[in-house]
Structure formats: C-alpha cells, structure tokens
Design a protein around this ligand. Structure first.
Ligand SMILES: *Cc1c(COP(=O)(O)O)cnc(C)c1O
Length: 374
C-alpha cells in the first residue's frame, strides 16, 4: 500500500519539486556562490517573518531555535513571564528552567488563549522580569495566542518578547517588526513545507543589546546567538555560520520558499484560513466538538474532541488503514480524548486533501453509529 498522506501537525508532506531537490548531489557549505545562495534564503525568510532584523538558519529542529533564543536572552536567576496554554508552553517552561530561569507562568485553560491582560498583570506584579515568552500557535490545542496585543504590552513596559512561531510563521499572519517581536523562531517542517532539520531564528537589535549587556553571558557555543553573529561577521565571505550548514535541506527549503513568495504571503495565509474553515465546517456537520472557538482558532492545526466512548487511536488506525491518511492524537492528558489535524504547508491545505479526510471521519462515525445499534 502507498504510504499514508500526512495530515499531522508536522512534519508535513512536501511537494515533488522540494523532494527532488533534496535528492540531488551534496554541495559544500562554503565559498562565494554558496554564500550568495544562503544569504538569499535568509532574505526570503525575512520577508515571511516580516522583519528587517537579523535572521539565522540553524541546523537542528525548531527546539534548537527555541533553546538558543532562551539561552541567549536569559540566564540563571533571571525572571521571565511565560504564557502557558498547552504542551508547547510547557516545553518552553522546561527549556527555560534548564537554564535556571525563574518563570512567572501566565496560564490559560486548555483550548483558551493566553490574554494580553493577564500578561500585563503578571508584568505589573513582577517589575523585575526581564522578558516575556509566548507560543503564537499552540499546536497541542489549535489555539492562536494574541501576539500583537501581547507585543503592545511588552512595548509599553519596554520588555523583550520572544515568540515560538513554529506552527504560525508562513501559515498565520505574523509581523515580527510591526508587532515588536524581539526573538521569533520557526522550523522547516511545518508551515514552510520543507523536510525537518532546520530552525530559523530572527533577532531584533533590542535583543542583541540585551545579550551584549548581560552580566553572565549566554552559556555554551552552539546555541549561543552571540557566537552565531560573531562567525557571521568574521566568516562573511567564507561561510557565515560556525559549522557545516545542511546544504541539501537549504536547497529544498528554497523551493518551498519560492513557491510561498510566488503565491504571495497574504495569499498563503488566506489559503490556510480557507483550509481551516473547510475542515472545521466539516467537523461541525459530522457533529463533533471543536476544541478552539472560532475567535481564536488556528488556521494551521485543528484539535477535535473525539466521541467519549472511542479512544482516538481507533479513529487514527481506521483513517490510516482504510483511507490512507495519517492524523495525530491529542497531546498530554488529552492523548486519547482528542485528535489533531494539521492543515498546513503546500499540500495540507488543499481541498483535495481535506475532503477525503472528512469523508473518512464520516465513514468512521457511520460505522460507530451502526455498532451502537447492534
Ligand atoms: C513542532 C513544534 C515545536 C517543536 O519543534 P521541533 O522541530 O519538533 O523541535 C515547537 N513549538 C511548536 C508550537 C511546535 O508546533
């Protein structure tokens, strides 16, 4: 049987063209021609992040970018406000704690957004905090946190804002400079539609100033942004990063970036929104409950409450074996209760992907209803 089509919240299926580029001969990561290619890739990413600030491509998954951002901005004993409304907020908590950062969590119930008001209350109650960190699109629940409004708060209180944009940048409206975001992170295998392996991290001039003035400079070497900037300047002409760049991944990423920029970022965002609407409408007509309300629902991933009497593994197994589509279960405590669908990237948003998925869920619902009658 064919491999299942991926409709999980990353990694996403990539186009034939992207895949083909990945399979060509390996090229070296240095020299003038390659540096031009690399710099051009960085320039494309800056357009998608909507930033004129610095941006680096790191070899590593999205978590490497998040780890580098936290490590570079904050150190042992520093206090920071962190929005937590799901698994990836908790993941940032783990990362920050690993560096000895003291966190003031601003929590919201699963399925609800972290509000700017609550962030501001936490900032006002803790005048010594050094940063605010938040996940833009909480992939575990399909909730979008109001980064623009949170950015207004951090601007007002003159605090740096770090954002996990792993399932938002390239799929949901994101405006790094307009919203006053200081560190923004994404990864290759989600909205950007490339294979896993690369993290992208953008850094504002304010974030650089903070890093330069830290009493205890960032730890380590690989996940230290000051080191990346240093090598970028010193090895500008040779290779503007401290290590061997994953050239094949970059070349594949370029194919998908070109298609996003060719389509136009606003159109890309609209395409994701339309896909989410189509999927959510379909789920409603099947009679299942969506985790996130329309007002803050994600365009890139949807979490659904499954039937109370069926563990989601059953539905997932059925869709894979009978319909050739792979979706994901819930995360953490909702593992067996929710299922999650990723509708992002170049293929995941296509109606010809979403229709068969809805048909499959409908078929499962019909089978379950029959079972009830027997
Ligand atoms: C997938 C994801 C990550 C982790 O990215 P990795 O590439 O797996 O390290 C972090 N944050 C969010 C919101 C994600 O969806």
């Amino acid at each position: 049987m064919d491999r299942p089509k991926l409709m999980i919240p990353g990694p996403v299926d990539v186009t034939e063209e992207t895949l083909a580029r990945m399979g060509q001969n390996v090229v070296p990561h240095f020299g003038a021609a390659w540096v031009e290619t690399y710099n051009d890739t960085v320039a494309s990413l800056k357009r998608i992040f909507r930033t004129g600030e610095d941006l680096f491509i790191m070899v590593g998954s999205g978590s490497a970018g998040l780890d580098a951002g936290v490590n570079s901005l904050l150190g042992k004993g520093d206090r920071a406000v962190l929005g937590i409304n799901g698994f990836f907020g908790e993941r940032l908590e783990e990362i920050a704690r690993s560096y000895g950062v003291e966190l003031i969590p601003v929590r919201a119930e699963l399925g609800m957004p972290v509000t700017a008001e609550k962030v501001e209350q936490a900032v006002l109650a803790n005048p010594d905090v050094k940063a605010v960190i938040v996940v833009h699109n909480e992939t575990s629940t399909g909730v979008v946190n109001p980064v623009e409004a949170i950015g207004n708060v951090t601007r007002k209180h003159n605090l740096p804002l770090m954002v996990d944009g792993v399932t938002s940048i390239g799929g949901i409206e994101f405006d790094m400079d307009g919203w006053g975001v200081d560190i923004a992170v994404t990864a290759s295998q989600k909205c950007l539609g490339a294979p896993p392996g690369l993290a992208m991290i953008a850094v504002s001039s304010r974030a650089w100033r903070i890093m330069e003035q830290r009493e205890n400079p960032p730890w380590g070497w690989y996940l230290n942004l000051l080191n990346w900037r240093d090598y970028r300047e010193r090895w500008k002409e040779w290779h503007p990063y401290p290590m061997t760049m994953a050239t094949s991944n970059i070349l594949a990423l370029r194919v998908s970036l070109a298609s996003i920029l060719g389509e136009g970022i606003d159109n890309t965002i609209r395409r994701h929104r339309a896909a989410a609407k189509m999927f959510r409408d379909g789920i409603r007509s099947i009679g299942l409950k969506l985790v996130a309300d329309d007002g803050f629902a994600s365009s890139t991933v949807t979490a659904v409450e499954s039937w109370a009497d069926v563990p989601t593994e059953k539905l997932i197994g059925f869709l894979e074996s009978e319909h050739g589509i792979r979706i994901a279960n819930g995360i953490g405590t909702m593992k067996d209760r929710w299922f999650r669908v990723g509708h992002m990237g170049p293929l995941g948003t296509l109606p010809e992907r979403i229709e068969p998925l809805l048909k499959g869920i409908e078929a499962f619902a019909a089978r379950r209803a029959e079972g009830e009658q027997n």
